[in-house]
Design a protein around this ligand. Structure first.
Ligand SMILES: CC(C)(COP(=O)(O)OP(=O)(O)OC[C@H]1O[C@@H](n2cnc3c(N)ncnc32)[C@H](O)[C@@H]1OP(=O)(O)O)[C@@H](O)C(=O)NCCC(=O)NCCS
Length: 78
């Protein structure tokens, strides 16, 4: 998570690259995450980094009275 002042400068992309480098060094097979379906910036970041949407959890979170779906996203590393 970045402070808003630092959004859009490529830091998220660099952090994801570091995360993947760490995971590969540990010989992990798969990275998995969940992202709210209206978090367009994060979804764009994950897709750009090679993650795929593998499922959807409907009405997984209620925020300020509004229900949000969550995408399950993952990347297979080898
Ligand atoms: C998600 C987050 C880490 C992204 O970090 P960032 O430094 O802004 O991301 P980047 O600058 O590397 O941009 C990555 C991609 O996001 C997309 N993007 C950037 N701004 C966008 C916007 N306003 N709307 C949609 N997509 C956008 C672009 O595809 C961009 O790639 P590109 O610049 O090569 O086109 C950051 O916004 C954040 O900390 N958000 C709050 C926490 C959060 O939502 N975490 C994810 C929870 S699952």
């Amino acid at each position: 998570m970045l402070l808003k002042a630092y959004y859009g400068q490529g830091l998220g992309t660099r952090l994801m690259a570091l995360l993947e480098e760490w995971a590969r060094a540990k010989r992990l097979h798969r990275i998995f995450g969940e992202v709210r379906h209206k978090n367009y910036r994060a979804i764009a970041l994950y897709l750009k980094c090679g993650f795929e949407i593998e499922g959807i959890a409907r009405d997984a979170a209620c925020i300020d009275g509004e229900w949000h779906h969550e995408y399950h996203i993952s990347k297979i590393l080898n």
